[in-house]
Design a protein around this ligand. Sequence first.
Ligand SMILES: NC(=O)c1ccc[n+]([C@@H]2O[C@H](COP(=O)([O-])OP(=O)(O)OC[C@H]3O[C@@H](n4cnc5c(N)ncnc54)[C@H](O)[C@@H]3O)[C@@H](O)[C@H]2O)c1
Length: 308
Amino acid sequence: MEIKKIIVTGGSGFLGHHLLRALDKAGYQAKNIDLRENKEFETVIADVRDTEKMLEEVKDADMVFHLASLIEAGESVEKPQKYIDYNIDGTLSVLEAMKANGIKTFIFSSSAAVYGEPIRVPIKEDDRTMPVNPYGMTKLAMEALLSSYVGAHGFTGIALRYFNLYGPGEHHEPETHAMPRFIKQIYDDKEVTVWGSGEHKRDYVHVTDIVDAHLKAIKLAEREPEKYHYMNLSAEDPASVLDIVSAVEKAMNKKANVKHFDPRPGDPLLLYADATKAKETLSWEAKISLEDGIKEVVDYFTEYWEKN
Ligand SMILES: NC(=O)c1ccc[n+]([C@@H]2O[C@H](COP(=O)([O-])OP(=O)(O)OC[C@H]3O[C@@H](n4cnc5c(N)ncnc54)[C@H](O)[C@@H]3O)[C@@H](O)[C@H]2O)c1
């Protein structure tokens, strides 16, 4: 079946803005469902946990991209029930509406958090999944829920496990992600807060590359229906926290005042993934270098703060 009409949940967030623009440009008809507005795209303001509303809204489409989620690992430790409600019950409500309304393709935002502490790096998809916080647990449960709909109801399911996503337009509240936080701290001449030595490395993937993988995932769903796929989206080029700080310094032409704090417990020194499966199944690989990507993000924020 050729996919033309797409529902995006959570399309008013950071990734959602980029994804909706790309879908529009590629000629897809997309409808956004989110708790908040997206100023560029018409949005149905609704909570994915509202099962009646999902029955009304998740229809007349060929597939769903499910991005809607709470995303704060730290908060999830304090409020696990809230994460179960939003992420697991929210996913169930969308899947049930799809089943009732004859939509069978579901592609969703999973996360590196499903792995917890890696048993080896680079992480491969069939390595141990043992989340270390409720956020990661909900992503793993969402994956399992999806695979059960593939098995029980003939759905086509794709779980995309993103590693550290970054790019222009990242405005989380509160902002817990390192890159936008560092850029703001350097811009404001404030101390740059680094936990531990700053030598721990992470796998950063530019949002444009992630969006490209989503467009390719639509084609995979068309090619291989009624299957469950799960894969890492990683750049396979880990960078340390201090590397990020240096790249931001270079792009801003400004020196950072780095202050080291106690290391955070359970923060692995090296976390990155093998992307072979995404290369083979999607013909995808990350293309944007960290240096170019950071420069773009710095330019974006500098212009944004000058205007706002
Ligand atoms: N940003 C990252 O580094 C990263 C890494 C791995 C996975 N992810 C996943 O990617 C997805 C998108 O991330 P993002 O950075 O764009 O997050 P975001 O917070 O910017 O966007 C999430 C959107 O979901 C909406 N939402 C939340 N709960 C909802 C509900 N119950 N009903 C309707 N809408 C709801 C929010 O209003 C928000 O607009 C999330 O599922 C996240 O878990 C993100």
